[in-house]
Design a protein around this ligand. Structure first.
Ligand code: CUA
Length: 334
């Protein structure tokens, strides 16, 4: 619809029409308001110009009905915009449950994109059309912003935490990917492409391109290699919480509060383990800050997610799914 209008990107995601609808309504309303005010200004300037014979006696000092009208109409209008905007915002910020997961790591000056099966891309992202895609994003250095104009999504990518965004592409093709937050000398070349493919083509690409091991298998390697398993295992006297089946649940902390065991809490527990400690464990966990890359942390999280969800999820995304459960049996290697 917009291909022929320069400066306006095509609508290539399910969110695009929603965002555009609101955008054009706001533009239209602003235009109407501006023209109305400019028109009245000119009309009054002409009518009450110095030499006109307009009636200037008996000026109006109070007009309740008029004031109520010009208060109530904009109030209604703005509330309408508020609720409309809120509904679009909720839509944009809640990825569907069945979304495909992609991990994004921003770095001066490139985008690193990873699929759960282990495919890694730089400045290029292949996705299928007609399937929701959820992005879990972080940065290795400064603030970047992940911007795909054709999908109408833009989300800041911050060091030290995760932000998420999602889209469902509708049209196969190649779309621009930009960094939309000034991040240094080569900010303007921190660009890439999103390649939307037919689902069957995408499946072929995904398996055909596969190099290396899946994210959760890579995570398992780290889990063993860094010695996480020494303390985090199912033994009754384990020094750390058994992580199996914990993802998505709430965890009791020292001091009685609880926290959701999600990506954010997991990441924090790896780099800053004693910030919010689980209840009932005396030994302090050492920090792994600087010892694992952001990608490594994402892999670890993927592995921990797969723990205890035997079968479907773990088995589908990785051949290591069957082995994923083994971590719990490994004996402490102190
Ligand atoms: Cu990254 Cu601008």
């Amino acid at each position: 619809m917009f291909e022929n209008i320069p400066l306006f990107p095509p609508q290539a995601s399910t969110s695009a029409p929603l965002v555009d609808g609101l955008y054009f309504f706001l533009v239209g309303m602003s235009l109407f308001g501006s023209l109305l005010i400019a028109g009245l200004l000119l009309a009054f300037a002409y009518r009450y110009r110095r030499r006109s014979a307009a009636d200037r006696t008996n000026p109006v000092s109070e007009a309740m009905a008029l004031e109520l009208t010009w208060t109530a109409i904009p109030l209604g209008l703005f509330l309408f915009i508020f609720f409309w905007g809120a509904s679009v915002y909720f839509h944009l910020s809640r990825p569907p449950d069945d979304a495909m997961e992609i991990r994004v790591v921003g770095k001066r000056w490139m985008w690193k994109l990873q699929h759960l099966n282990g495919n890694r891309e730089i400045n290029e992202l292949h996705v299928p059309a007609g399937r929701p895609v959820r992005l879990t994003m972080t940065s290795e250095d400064v603030i970047h912003s992940f911007f795909i104009p054709a999908f109408r999504i833009k989300m800041d990518v911050l060091p030290g935490r995760y932000s998420t965004a999602w889209f469902e592409a509708t049209e196969p093709g190649r779309y621009h990917l930009f960094c939309a937050e000034y991040c240094g000398t080569k900010h303007s070349s921190m660009i890439g492409s999103v390649i939307v493919m037919e689902p069957s083509e995408f499946q072929a690409w995904l398996t055909g391109e596969q190099r290396g091991i899946s994210a959760s298998a890579a995570g398992q390697k780290l889990f063993l290699g860094l010695g996480c398993v020494t303390c985090h295992n199912a033994a009754s006297k384990a020094r750390g919480p058994n992580l199996e089946g914990l993802f998505g649940k709430s965890v009791r902390l020292e001091g009685g509060s609880t926290v959701l065991f999600d990506e954010t809490y997991l990441r924090e527990s790896i780099v800053e383990p004693n910030a919010r400690r689980a209840e009932g464990f005396e030994i302090q966990m050492p920090t792994f800050k600087g010892l694992v890359s952001e990608e490594g942390i994402l892999d670890l999280i993927e592995y921990i997610k797969s723990l205890g969800e035997e079968g479907e999820e773990a088995g589908r995304e990785t051949e290591a799914g069957g082995e994923a459960g083994k971590g719990k049996e490994a004996a402490p290697r102190s």
